[in-house]
Design a protein around this ligand. Structure first.
Ligand code: NAX
Length: 327
C-alpha cells in the first residue's frame, strides 16, 4: 500500500479549515491515488469542537483518509509531517487592519517555528495562511533554521484567484482562458495585482481592457477584497481562502501547466531588487515539487513603484517583530 502523506493543519476547528479539511481528505492536494493522514492542531479550549470536525470527517468515509490525529500538542501535530498548513491565528474583525494583529499572531509563529525546528521533517512544505501571513512565515523561517527555507511559503493564491475573477468579469472571458496573472508583494492592501503579462486566449489582456480600469479599479478592488468580504459577512473569507490553500498546495505538489504560472509568497532570492529572504509574492513555475521564481519580467515604472512600497511594508513589519526573530 502507498504510504500516506501526513499533513499538519493548525487552527483546525476554525472557519477556513471547515471548508478545507474535507477537500484535502477527498484527495484535492495530493491527488486521487495518494492516501493522507491529518494531524489537526487546536488550542485546548477548542478541542471539543475539533472532535466534532473529526466525527464529520469519519462520517464522510473518505477512501483516501488514512487517519486523523486531534491534539493540542504542537510536538505531536508537527512531528515528521510532509506538509504543514499554518491556518491558526486570530482573524481580522470589522474595521481591523491586518497589521493590528501582527504582534499577537507573531508570537504564535515564533513558538510553533521552534517546535517545527525540533520535530519537523527538514523538507516539509509549509504554507502560512494566518495573518499577517508573509511576516508570520518570516518569523517561522527565522525560528526554524533546520527546515529548508525555500519550503516556507505564504498564501497569496486567494489574491491571485480574486484577480483572475475580476479580469474575467471585465473582459467577458472565462477564467480558464486567462494565463499569467501576477500578485506581487505582501498579502495586504499594498499587494500589487498586475495584468501586464496576462493573456486571454493568447492575446494580451492589457489590449483588451481599459488601462485606467487596470490601474484605478482593478488593483484596489483585488487588494481590498478581503475587507469587502468582512464587511458583507461579518467575518473574514473562509471558503475562498480554503480554496486558495488547496490551489497553492496542489500546484506546488503537482506542478503548473506549461506556459502558465501561479503567485506564491516565497523567500525572495533578490529578484526585482526585493531583499533576499523577505517572504514576497512572485510569479512562480513549479516542476517536480519545486518552484522557480520568474525573474526576468520587464516591470513598468508604475508597477515597480508599488512593488517597492509593498516591500517597504514588509520591512516595517519585520522591524516590528524583531524581538521574535532571535532563535
Ligand atoms: P477562525 O477564528 O475561524 O479559526 C482560527 C482557529 O485557530 C481557531 O479555531 C483558534 O482556536 C485556532 N488557533 C488560535 N491560536 C492557535 C494556536 N496557537 N495553535 C493552533 N490553533 C490556534 O479563523 P479563520 O477564519 O479560519 O482564519 C484563520 C486565519 O487565516 C486568520 O489569521 C485570518 O486572518 C487568515 N486569513 C488569511 C488569508 C490569506 O489569504 N492569507 C485569507 C483569509 C483569512 O483572512
Amino acid at each position: 500500500m502507498t504510504q500516506p502523506k501526513r499533513i499538519a493543519i493548525t487552527g483546525a476547528a476554525g472557519q477556513i479549515c471547515y471548508s478545507m479539511l474535507f477537500r484535502i481528505a477527498a484527495g484535492e492536494i495530493y491527488g486521487p491515488d495518494q492516501p493522507v493522514s491529518l494531524h489537526l492542531l487546536e488550542i485546548t479550549p477548542a478541542l471539543g469542537l475539533l472532535e466534532a470536525v473529526k466525527m464529520e470527517l469519519d462520517d464522510c468515509a473518505f477512501p483516501l483518509l488514512n487517519d486523523v490525529v486531534c491534539t493540542d500538542d504542537p510536538k505531536v501535530a508537527l512531528n515528521k509531517v510532509d506538509a504543514v498548513l499554518f491556518v491558526g491565528a486570530k482573524p481580522r474583525g470589522p474595521g481591523m487592519e491586518r497589521s493590528d494583529l501582527i504582534t499577537d499572531n507573531g508570537k504564535i509563529f515564533s513558538s510553533l517555528g521552534k517546535v517545527l525546528n525540533e520535530v519537523g521533517n527538514p523538507d516539509c512544505k509549509v504554507c502560512v495562511v494566518g495573518n499577517p501571513a508573509n511576516t508570520n512565515a518570516y518569523i517561522l523561517k527565522a525560528n526554524a533554521p533546520n527546515i529548508n527555507p525555500r519550503n516556507i511559503t505564504a498564501l497569496t493564491r486567494l489574491d491571485h484567484n480574486r484577480a483572475l475573477s475580476q479580469l474575467a468579469a471585465k473582459a467577458g472571458a472565462r477564467i480558464g482562458d486567462i494565463q499569467k496573472m501576477v500578485i506581487w508583494g505582501n498579502h495586504s492592501t499594498t499587494q500589487v495585482p498586475d495584468i501586464s503579462y496576462a493573456s486571454i486566449n493568447g492575446k494580451a489582456a492589457s489590449d483588451m481592457v481599459d488601462q485606467t480600469w487596470a490601474r484605478e479599479e482593478f488593483i484596489p478592488t483585488v487588494a481590498k477584497r478581503g475587507a469587502e468580504v468582512i464587511k458583507a459577512r461579518g467575518s473574514s473569507s473562509a471558503a475562498s481562502a480554503a480554496n486558495g490553500v488547496i490551489d497553492h498546495m496542489s500546484s506546488w505538489i503537482q506542478g503548473t501547466p506549461d506556459g502558465d504560472w501561479v503567485s506564491m509568497a516565497v523567500p525572495s532570492d533578490g529578484s526585482y531588487g526585493i531583499d533576499e529572504g523577505l517572504i514576497y509574492s512572485f510569479p512562480v513555475q513549479i516542476k517536480n515539487g519545486d518552484y522557480t521564481i520568474i525573474s526576468d519580467l520587464d516591470v513598468s515604472d508604475f508597477i515597480k513603484e508599488k512593488m517597492m512600497a509593498s516591500q517597504q511594508e514588509l520591512r516595517d513589519e519585520r522591524d516590528t517583530v524583531a524581538a521574535l526573530l532571535n532563535t
